[in-house]
Design a protein around this ligand. Structure first.
Ligand code: 3HC
Length: 666
């Protein structure tokens, strides 16, 4: 089937793109558009042209799959030049999402009309890129420098109504009459003739760009692309159009050849791939989830409930004691009200969400729930007792999920008479914010239960990844391989601040010791101050429990900002002295080799054991669950970039057992 066709409507030629799923600008679409324009120019009876798309969206960008292939003619720039320089007016008729190269295509049309529900944007920055087909040069001419800078460096699309206000589109169509409205608009524009965006003067100056950088300094730390986007927009203010285009091309190619964009493009596909479950029938019937039960109104249970309430799914939340139930419900309300104060919800929405929450002190109230998620204390005995009770209470076909972060889901499932209905749904704290959901597939989990858990994750805005049953699943299993050597490095002479800095310089939101302080050092502590066998025991014995009481590996102020603690360092040194290990200088490279390389190694072991479906799923877990910097593409992508040979050599040098599959790649 041809991806671009034309239709005549008297004096208007309509060029129609049909390249599912998102009408990306594959080479044949570029060719088809160019041919369409040539057809219009070659026919004296054609007075104007409309470009529109079939399917769910206008062109959503360049074809990202082509980025790693040999370039194919025609180049996008050639097609767009042919459009912009056309002597007959061309109108873009936009529905769905006009993104990236798609929006740039509309900028090379002479006028734009959009459905009210359409969205327009240049999200290239999220792929580590910049709009490489003139977007950075034409947007400042159409919508002004400041708006262009925000669109290019931020990457978020704008809704059609705002686009109209900004001058990004000229007119809104009816929601169901775009095709006809666009033809009528084209006829109106015949008398006006073409208006090339490149011929418009740049609106505004670059004076606001530094302020944009300052406002986003934290968010953009480590990223190259936002700054390259701003440099191009700034260039538009001082260079003639053609020189600005050349500048944009150079910057685009630099990003395209670099590792950050490769990592971010890898993550784009990894995230979509994660939703796919290998070996399952495509037409599998999902179970209907209309009502959810959550057991436990603590931090996790409350956060989990908020996800469902925000999507209008009623939740029954169960606690053992009234006081804890009241506190949990109060925290949910406080969180929603804080969001409302920031303008994210209206107060009516807050009341609607709270109205969909039913607090209860009895598990019996979960009898009619379609999905029950247990978020109680992390103890196998407690979980087994809860699941035994759920087995007796819940209706047949209900999905029984555990939010356990380490425990054996098969053993939990064995406490019921319906292990096929049991699955792990491991949320990450804060559960209403963190995007990751590990869906743990037990040995007996039914296919439709697994698929429904994955689809439910997507429905509540999570990125769901399938994990197998093993201690800590994918994420926490890998986390433990960095925590233990980090502690060992303290015994050999490194400081918490040195190790954490290596991790934050790498791009992690926090290092191993900052994370321990956040979680609480006393979790799992034996509570006997006289028994000091580890550095953690020594810190706890000195009442240093982490952020919660203002002192742990670091000292914290009232705003929970940590600084290096002389007292903690003295405690560590005193304990260290008992270890008889010689104190030495530890290099940052050694910290990387001993805390990050073992994670890559563990990832290979997880794959060998079939506990993750694919390497890219592991990357998704670490980016969405732990804040691994997306511009490094997750531990498995980064490991390949770092070089398997280098990693194996270092692991062996440090006496760490290397996974066979990693060795085989070296
Ligand atoms: N190129 C190739 N494939 C693409 C694609 C693209 N630009 N955009 C989406 N796809 C594929 C996805 O990989 C997915 O494939 P799969 O079904 O095999 O997994 C399929 O299309 C559907 O995508 P989604 O699952 O994301 O569908 P949604 O309906 O949820 O979202 C969308 C649609 C909003 C268009 C979303 O896909 C999206 O944001 N796409 C990327 C847009 C983008 O980044 N455009 C800029 C590209 S770079 C560029 O244009 C450079 C230029 O400046 C020169």
């Amino acid at each position: 089937m041809q991806s671009v066709t034309t239709q005549r409507h008297d004096d208007v030629l309509v060029i129609i793109v049909n390249n599912p799923p998102v009408n990306a600008l594959s080479w044949h679409v570029r060719q088809g558009l160019k041919d369409g324009v040539a057809e219009a120019l070659g026919d004296a009876s054609v007075k104007a042209v409309v470009i529109r798309c079939d399917g769910s969206t206008f062109i959503a960008g360049a074809d990202i799959t082509e980025f790693t292939q040999a370039p194919k003619e025609p180049a996008l720039g050639d097609t767009l030049d042919a459009m912009e320089t056309s002597s007959k007016p061309i109108i873009a008729a936009i529905h769905g999402t006009a993104l990236g190269g798609g929006l740039e295509t509309t900028l090379c049309c002479h006028y734009r009309i959009a459905e009210p529900s359409a969205k327009l944007g240049v999200p290239e920055v999220k792929l580590g890129l910049l709009p490489g087909a003139g977007g950075t040069q034409r947007l400042p001419r159409l919508v002004g420098v400041e708006a262009a800078a925000a669109m290019c460096a931020g990457g978020d699309p704008v809704p059609a109504a705002k686009a109209l206000e900004m001058g990004l589109v000229d007119r809104l169509a009816g929601e169901d009459s775009l095709a006809a409205d666009a033809i009528a608009f084209a006829r109106e524009m015949i008398a006006k003739g073409p208006r090339a965006t490149r011929d418009l003067p740049v609106k505004g100056d670059a004076s606001g760009i530094e302020a944009i950088k300052a406002a986003n300094a934290r968010k953009w730390k480590g990223f190259d692309a936002p700054y390259a986007n701003l440099a191009c927009v700034e260039a538009a203010t001082r260079l003639p159009f053609d020189e600005g285009m050349a500048f944009e091309r150079t910057e685009f190619m630099k990003l395209m050849m670099g590792s950050q964009s490769a990592a971010q493009r890898h993550m784009f596909f990894a995230e979509r791939q994660a939703a796919k479950i290998d070996g399952l029938a495509k037409d599998i019937q999902l179970r209907e989830i209309k009502k959810v039960g959550v057991i436990g109104a603590g931090t996790m249970g409350g956060g989990i409930s908020m996800n469902f309430l925000a999507k209008g799914i009623p939740v029954t939340i169960v606690e053992m004691v009234q006081e804890n139930l009241d506190r949990g419900v109060g925290v949910i309300r406080k969180n929603y009200e804080a969001s409302a104060a920031k303008g994210r919800f209206t107060s009516e929405q807050v009341e609607a969400m709270m109205g969909a929450l039913t607090p209860s002190l009895s598990l019996d109230d979960l009898a009619d729930c379609d999905l029950v998620i247990e978020a109680v204390y992390e103890s196998m005995d407690v979980k087994k007792e809860v699941f035994g009770k759920l087995d007796a209470i819940c209706k047949p076909g209900a999905i029984l999920a555990s939010n356990t972060s380490y425990l054996d889901v098969d053993e939990i499932a064995a406490a019921t008479s319906r292990p096929q209905d049991v699955v792990g749904m491991h949320f990450f704290s804060p559960a209403n914010v963190m995007k990751l959901l590990e869906v743990v597939r037990g040995a007996k989990t039914a296919d439709d239960v697994l698929s429904t858990a994955m689809a439910t994750g997507k429905r509540i805005g999570k990125v769901a990844v399938v994990a197998g049953v093993c201690h800590g699943f994918i994420g926490n299993r890998m986390l433990s391989t960095r925590q233990a050597p980090a502690m060992q490095l303290l015994l050999e002479g490194a400081t918490p601040a040195q190790i954490d800095k290596v991790h934050t310089d790498f791009g992690m939101p926090m290092g191993p010791f900052q994370m321990s302080d956040l979680a609480g050092l006393d979790i799992g502590w034996h509570r006997d101050p006289s028994k000091i066998e580890t550095i953690r025991d020594a810190l706890c014995a000195a009442d240093r429990f982490g952020q919660k009481n203002g002192k742990g590996f670091y000292d914290y102020d009232a705003k929970r900002v940590g600084t290096e603690s002389p007292e903690a360092l003295a405690i560590i040194e005193k304990f260290r002295a008992t270890s008889n290990l010689p104190k030495r200088d530890i290099s940052d490279q050694e910290i990387i080799e001993r805390t990050l390389y073992p994670m890559v190694n563990e990832g290979y072991k997880i794959l060998e054991e079939g506990k993750a479906q694919r390497a890219s799923d592991i990357d998704v877990v670490w980016i969405y669950g732990y804040g691994w910097p997306v511009y490094r593409g997750g531990p498995m992508f980064w490991g390949a970039l770092e070089g398997e040979g280098k990693i194996v050599e270092a692991l062996e040098r440090h006496g760490i057992a290397v996974a066979d599959s990693l060795k085989a790649k070296a």
